[in-house]
Design a protein around this ligand. Structure first.
Ligand code: SF4
Ligand code: FES
Length: 235
């Protein structure tokens, strides 16, 4: 009956195999709630990460039934079955249980030069961007990345290439390059244009866009940069 609690089997990948737990969840409870119940009532050694619990910080990303997503935004009641598999994000080294090192993600993020480099660094204030300007409209759909690593884990190219920047880093680079206040930099374009690590590696499978919890059209960001690079840096 709608609104009733239900028993779920949660199989958590730990070390070399999966460990199964039985938890009772109300319909609005999340995978993160289930992990807390396991940790507090069954096995206090279970390791996972979270902070905000409302989809803002990006730290709780895991694989749920094979798909990367935020544990705090995924309800077992909406997954369609009373059992679920929870595993650490792919393409990142496991520290323990569901906790991964984000180092490979941020190493690529840094390569894309994510920091804002103003054209006029000595100016007292940064110019405001009108929300209805070309860049204002672009940024509105691209700027909400919470660096959760979901797109990085979803990306098929990362399966075979440790050199690929990954969707989030490319998206951040686009935001910087398209910003009229930015001083740009040939180094960033050179990284994006790399044969093995740059945007040309993307096979346009849309997995990153489909799974991004912030709804960022990452495939569009990558395509814009491909077009821009093909037109010699015009975006
Ligand atoms: S682009 Fe989306 S999926 Fe990728 S890290 Fe940012 S919020 Fe997460
Ligand atoms: S705990 Fe912050 S996004 Fe899930």
């Amino acid at each position: 009956m709608a609104g009733e609690s239900q028993t779920y089997e949660i199989r958590v990948q730990r070390g070399g195999g999966a460990v199964s737990y039985s938890v009772v969840l109300a319909p609005r409870m999340t995978v993160l709630d289930a992990l807390f119940i396991v940790q507090r009532t069954i096995d206090s050694t279970l390791a996972f990460r979270c902070a905000c619990r409302v989809g803002m910080c990006g730290t709780c990303a895991v694989r749920i039934n094979g798909r990367p997503g935020l544990a705090c935004r995924t309800r077992p009641s909406e997954l369609g079955r009373p059992a679920m598999d929870v595993a650490p994000l792919a393409h990142l080294p496991v520290i323990r249980d569901l906790v991964v090192s984000m180092e490979p993600f941020f190493a690529q993020w840094k390569r894309a030069r994510p920091r804002f480099r103003p054209k006029q660094p000595e100016a007292a204030a940064t110019a405001a961007i009108p929300p209805d300007s070309e860049f204002g409209l672009l940024a509105a759909g691209k700027r909400d990345c919470i660096t959760c690593g979901v797109c990085f884990a979803a990306c098929g190219v990362r399966t075979t290439s440790g050199e690929y920047l990954g969707p989030a880093a490319v998206n951040r680079a686009l935001l910087r390059i398209a910003d009229p206040r930015e001083s740009g930099g040939p180094e960033r374009l050179a990284v994006l244009n790399e044969e093995r690590g740059g945007v040309w590696r993307c096979h346009t499978t849309f997995d990153c866009t489909e799974m991004c919890p912030k709804g960022i059209d990452l495939t569009d960001s990558i395509a814009r940069l491909k077009r821009g690079l093909a037109a010699r840096g015009r975006l």
